[in-house]
Design a protein. Structure first.
Length: 104
């Protein structure tokens, strides 16, 4: 097990992870720390536990939004659909001219 110290809101936290996962844990810690100031404002500056709750809610909101959004490049343009349809029609015509029916 590897030991990593991440800082969230000027407070160090030591966590353990698999060997080789240290950079990933540091990156995740940075994501939490970036949201910390907004979380502290949202919590009214009361305590770190409540601020961590707000950080978790912010990240859950971002995750839910990302899951609803289609992946970049997933949408097929109208022009691409037209080209695909034309190619399929051309293939169907070629099969018909060879004497094969559409389901043969």
């Amino acid at each position: 097990m590897a030991e990593v110290t991440i800082t969230i809101g000027d407070r160090p936290h030591t966590v353990y992870c698999q060997e080789g996962g240290e950079a990933r844990v540091r990156l995740l810690g940075q994501m939490l720390d970036q949201r910390w100031p907004a979380a502290m404002r949202a919590s009214g500056g009361h305590n770190g536990e409540r601020a961590l709750l707000f950080v978790a809610l912010m990240l859950a909101d971002a995750l839910e939004e990302a899951e609803r959004r289609p992946p970049a490049g997933a949408a097929v343009s109208e022009a691409a659909l037209t080209r695909i349809a034309e190619r399929l029609e051309g293939l169907a015509d070629a099969l018909d001219s060879e004497g094969r029916g559409p389901l043969e």
